[in-house]
Design a binder for this molecule. Structure first.
Ligand code: MN
Ligand code: MN
Length: 313
């Protein structure tokens, strides 16, 4: 045995049958047995408006049964990487701070085992405790696809922890190297003219949707790779970076977003970077009556896995 895991063969067990796991892979509890851990974080306590992303991991698992084992460019991640479903991080739905501690602890175990997590959220606040675990020793770079910068400060008085603030907290805590942070697809309306001052002053490269349209995806991703370089980088994909015509099942939809094929092309262009972890967040099944947003989220997880596996992307 080489320790590799395979999805359940759809020629033997049909895709609609069996217990749902990410990509129909085995459920493994020991992170030491995997190179890449597919993980759920069913937490939406950081949501400031429409909730429901606590249901994301389960529905993404369900829709991920449509994934096959090789991507459109011939990348076959299960041939070279040990990949399995590591289950869900523990959370406490009535205690935000306890949830942050539990999530950090779960990912600390994954990092200690040397596995790379690809996580299904959950709202975007979950990226903060994940970064606390993965960047505990040294700050990392960030490639962040989102309609929003998520670098706001406080909400509802003096609350520092929401899905609108994870990357500001991560900079303050020394988890991110802000000169190696790139935000792509930003386009939401502002609260205030100063909304982006923190990110820009810190050194983030903010590439708005208008700039992506003007310059094109290929050029934008070449610049992103130059900024990130060879050092460790975390990739965070907010499903609301996509147009709500494609991914309506999310709490904070913003019109004018990416198409699914543009997102696939951007994620494929990350191949060869030193990716230490990735997530797909903000899939909210209660707003996703067709299941298409969860399917899209599952597909982005698979593309991230293929970018980590490398090959012909
Ligand atoms: Mn976000
Ligand atoms: Mn967003």
């Amino acid at each position: 045995m080489n320790g590799l895991f395979e999805p359940t063969d759809a020629a033997l067990v049909p895709r609609f049958a069996g217990v749902a796991s990410f990509m129909r892979l085995p459920v493994v509890t020991d992170p030491a047995l995997v190179d890449v851990a597919l993980v759920g974080v069913p937490f939406d306590g950081g949501t400031t408006n429409r909730p429901g992303t606590r249901h994301g991991p389960r529905e993404i698992r369900n829709q991920s049964s449509l994934m096959r084992r090789i991507n459109a460019n011939g990348v076959a991640p299960y041939d070279t990487l040990r990949v399995a479903d590591l289950g869900d991080s523990p959370v406490n739905p009535i205690d935000l701070l306890d949830s942050l501690a539990k999530i950090e602890g779960f990912f600390t175990g994954i990092a200690a085992a040397g596995a790379i997590p690809i996580t299904a959220g959950g709202d975007h606040l979950i990226t903060l405790p994940i970064l606390r675990a993965l960047a505990a020793k040294a700050p990392v770079g960030l490639i962040h696809f989102d309609a929003h910068s998520d670098t706001n400060d406080k909400y509802f008085g003096d609350n520092p922890y929401t899905h609108g603030s994870p990357f500001r907290r991560a900079v303050e805590e020394g988890l991110l190297d802000p000169k190696r942070c790139v935000q792509i697809g930003i386009r939401g309306t502002y609260y205030h003219p100063t909304d982006f001052d923190f990110a820009r002053a810190a050194g983030f490269r903010i590439i708005t949707m208008d700039e992506v349209m003007d310059r094109g995806i290929t050029e934008v991703m070449v610049e992103t790779r130059l900024i990130i370089g060879a050092d460790p980088v975390y990739v965070s994909f907010d499903i609301d970076s996509l147009d709500p015509a494609i991914a309506v099942g999310t709490g904070t939809p913003e019109i004018g977003g990416f198409t699914a094929r543009e997102a696939q092309r951007m994620l494929r262009s990350l191949t060869g970077l030193n990716i230490i972890g990735a997530d797909v967040v903000e899939v909210s099944p209660p707003f996703d009556p067709s299941g298409l947003t969860a399917l899209t989220g599952a597909t982005m997880m698979f593309e991230l896995l293929c970018a980590i596996a490398g090959g012909k992307n």
